[in-house]
Design a protein around this ligand. Structure first.
Ligand code: AMP
Length: 457
């Protein structure tokens, strides 16, 4: 699916190009058609999934279809914090850059000047208002804003708004809005209170849920507890004893990747490092050799974990735990592609145990911890510390423990980890995250108040 399938108004398509969005994320692919059909929607999706554009794009498209004089204050987005309100407003600015649609942020805190600017902007008339609940109520009560022509209401991060105690405020705000409108509710979690709110303010909503990211079922995940000097002999043992075709080895830094290339080559294996110091033709040649099985082992940093799509990688080794739990999912996702099976082995030393605990929390299960093979004569690994695992420790992983666990711990009966891990499947994490385009165009929507680092409402 591409954005062309939605047949957006051409000026909006230009905005998409300028933002560098080429392919809809899963939440966008699912939500956009529903919103274009004027249906109400409950969407369970987290930040990072592209959820903001999932509602902004179809709304902007529909606003563009209105005659210009009817666009004024047709859309209200309510968000829990001013940081989020600013981000949403910036995304409107980027996507709507070529359309002439204007937006204004309305949030608490800040100085009297900001307050005045916000009011002025609203009075002058913007098409889209992005607001936090407290300040919006104040404006509504002062009759500084009139939403009698509102067509679209979005509640973003609705669960957070309720956590922050905004339930009654939201209902009060809705009392100022026309009953005939489209309402979209986005929330990372769906506790009963959100369902109750939804049943009060939405009409026959469609529902979509973007699943929490999980490694593919076909990946056998294992961990070896190994101190740094034990890792290389262990790797040699694994490569020698297993019947692996193509292997990728990950490490966190470019320098270590280069060092590993030397060490693994010295052990007698054909291995090459893939890193940003290589010229593009060198990288292309490495990738070609790896794909056509001339090169059995590729060593790289996380840049390799996102980009490459090579079939038949049967083993991924994480020489150390990645810093970001999400990178673990990306790294091990290089194997077991297209329904195949594969093995992902991670070496963790004492320091990495806490990091790995976060990974287990993200993937929602415990990964089998294997003791070092006795035949290697490497002695004991660092031992496993249950207190380094997240609260509510994960359940036992697939593959089960092989042999005796190195530490004195058993976690049978441990509670399941939280299901609403802070990560949702969005396909690849969209590029440009956090990198907002700077626009210098003068806009009819008034000043963008609140640049800098505003506190939460
Ligand atoms: P959000 O989940 O809305 O906070 O979006 C996360 C990031 O993804 C933002 O920086 C967006 O600019 C970016 N983004 C959203 N949709 C896409 C897309 N289709 N392609 C690339 N980046 C995107």
């Amino acid at each position: 699916m591409t954005f062309d399938d939605f047949e957006f108004e051409p000026r909006l398509a230009d905005g998409l190009d300028a933002m560098g969005f080429t392919k809809p994320t899963p939440i966008q692919a699912q939500a956009i058609p529903i919103i274009l059909q004027d249906r109400d929607l409950i969407a369970c999706a987290q930040t990072g999934t592209g959820k903001t554009a999932a509602y902004l794009l179809p709304i902007l498209h529909k606003v563009l279809l209105l005659p210009e004089e009817q666009r004024h204050l047709t859309t209200l987005v309510i968000a829990p914090t001013r940081e989020l309100a600013v981000q949403i407003d910036q995304q409107v600015e980027g996507l709507a850059y070529f359309t002439g649609i204007s937006s204004a942020p309305v949030y608490g805190g800040g100085s009297g000047v900001t307050w005045g600017q916000q009011q002025k902007a609203l009075v002058e008339g913007s098409d889209i208002v992005v607001a936090t609940p407290g300040r919006l109520i104040a404006l509504l009560q002062m009759k500084s804003i009139n939403f009698s022509h509102l067509k679209h209401l979005v509640l973003d991060e609705a669960d957070r708004m309720l956590d922050m105690g905004f339930y009654d405020d939201i209902l009060r705000i809705i009392g100022y809005l026309p009953k005939q409108r489209q309402t979209l509710l986005f929330s990372a979690t769906m506790p009963p209170k959100i369902r109750k709110l939804a049943s009060t303010i939405l009409q026959e909503p469609e529902q979509i849920t973007i699943a929490i990211s999980k490694p593919a079922e076909g990946i056998l995940q294992q961990v070896y507890l190994a101190n740094d000097p034990q890792k290389l002999p262990l790797l040699k043992h694994i490569l020698k004893t297993g019947d692996y075709g193509s292997v990728i080895i990950f490490s966190s830094t470019k320098d270590h990747v280069k060092q590993l290339e030397r060490e693994i080559t010295r052990l007698g294996f054909k291995a090459k490092a893939f890193h940003s110091d290589l010229e593009q033709p060198e990288r292309d040649a490495l990738m070609r050799d790896f794909k056509n099985k001339q090169l059995p082992i590729l060593i790289g940093t996380d840049i390799l974990s996102r980009g490459i799509d090579v079939d038949g990688i049967s083993l991924v080794v994480n020489f150390n735990a990645p810093h970001d739990p999400e990178d673990y999912v990306h790294r091990i996702g290089r194997t077991a592609r297209a329904e195949n099976t594969g093995t992902a082995i991670t070496f963790i030393n004492e320091r990495d145990q806490r990091k790995f605990a976060s990974i287990e929390r993200l993937i929602g299960r415990e990964v089998a911890k294997l003791p070092l093979p006795e035949a290697l004569g490497l002695g004991q690994g660092p031992g496993y510390h249950p207190d380094r695992r997240p609260a509510g420790g994960p359940e036992r992983g697939r593959g089960g423990p092989r042999g005796k666990r190195p530490g004195p711990k058993s976690h049978e009966g441990a509670a399941k980890p939280p299901v609403d891990a802070p990560h949702a499947e969005a396909g690849p994490k969209p590029p440009g995250t956090g990198k907002k385009r700077k626009r210098s165009r003068g806009r009819s929507g008034g000043p963008k108040a609140g640049n800098g680092t505003p506190p939460t409402e």
